[in-house]
Design a protein around this ligand. Sequence first.
Ligand code: FES
Ligand code: FE
Length: 443
Amino acid sequence: MSMQVSSYDLIHEDRQKGIFRVNRQALTSDDVLALERERIFKRCWLYLGHASEVRKPGDFVTRKVMRRPIIFNRDKHGELRAFYNTCPHRGAQVCRERAGSAKSFQCAYHGWTFDNDGGLRGVPGRESYPKDFNANGMYDLPEVQRMESYCDFVFVNFDAGAESLEDYLGGAKDYLQLIALQSKVGMEVISGTQEYHARANWKLLLENSADGYHALTTHATYFDYLKERDGKAAVENNKGKSVFNKPFGQVIDLGNGHTVSESDGAIPWGRPIARFRPGMGEAAREAIEEVRRQLVDRLGEERARIVAEKDFNMLVFPNLAVLNIMAVTVRTFYPLAPDKMDVRAWALGPQDEAATLRDLRMRNFVEFLGPAGFATPDDVEMLELCQEGYQCQPGADWNDLSRGMLTEHEHAAKQDEMQMRNFWRRWRQMLASDDRVSFKIAS
Ligand code: FES
Ligand code: FE
């Protein structure tokens, strides 16, 4: 049996009573996923990559953005480009490498050749086509409708009429700047991509990426390890207080469904530019002090403090998480099915980083958030446990996200759930946009 509902029926929000619940059909229904593809992924700005991945003219990487294979490259004029990786002849993927440098791309099927600026250069049997074949460029490599970047974060949009990336990002821009300011010569993706699947709905990782209070239970092993390795200081904030004693940090609505959960120097297992921690090893002490001195010279005391010490997990709607904790992790994830997602994550670091600090950064990146680290396998296990629980529909039908709901306008704490509610409100609005077309769910 099925019934027609809209996204508004899938979210139960009662501001007076302080209740916010999401119907689990939002995490299991094929119809919901089909609508998300149409109304969210075809309209929003989606993260493609970082400019440092294609540093020199000719450099390219290939990757999928919402199932669409894309060539992200820097053309011979030094411009960033995003092409659909499909031959205008009969559709084969023109570039089959994951990364490299190329002046041109030759399709493996019939041998059409394209310049790295997308222009069609060679067609076997050219004499059998009209003289003005491709005079209007209709057989050049097709370009993605929109590509724009901000602070070297490059995004695409499949909607030619979409608002500009900067308007879309809104308050998220300030936080991307805080990443970019970490180096005077620019940040870079440190080679290597973390890739994994999880048997869970993609939105569960969105929620988890800024879930401010699961760590104590889900990641208990990690804190035990830290305490054993570095002593009590390992879990103390910059005021010498245990971070477990009192809630800390805040959540800020950045507009358009983006949210940041942040704290100033309160997280003790910080990034290798913030401050020295015992577990980092003595060699790092001097290097960290030097980084801080340079930041102060370049940005002044106060701005330098913010860049060095503000830890944050930012969610950029719909599926980008920028995690400025321990290292800088850029993570994106796409649905393969309602109960399966594909995750990609990269580490960013200053291009001019000292070797000791780069080692530390990579250790943090792999040790905590890596697919075989202390955190990610635990998180994935939790998400899969949740997804499995959603089999109990109908009967057990709602997820709760009410924590801090009654006070979210005056104060939203990191340990509350405003970051998730903010996402879901935007989700609800986008899915219902225009005509509130309804879709079927099982009942
Ligand atoms: Fe590419 Fe034919 S499909 S040359
Ligand atoms: Fe976690």
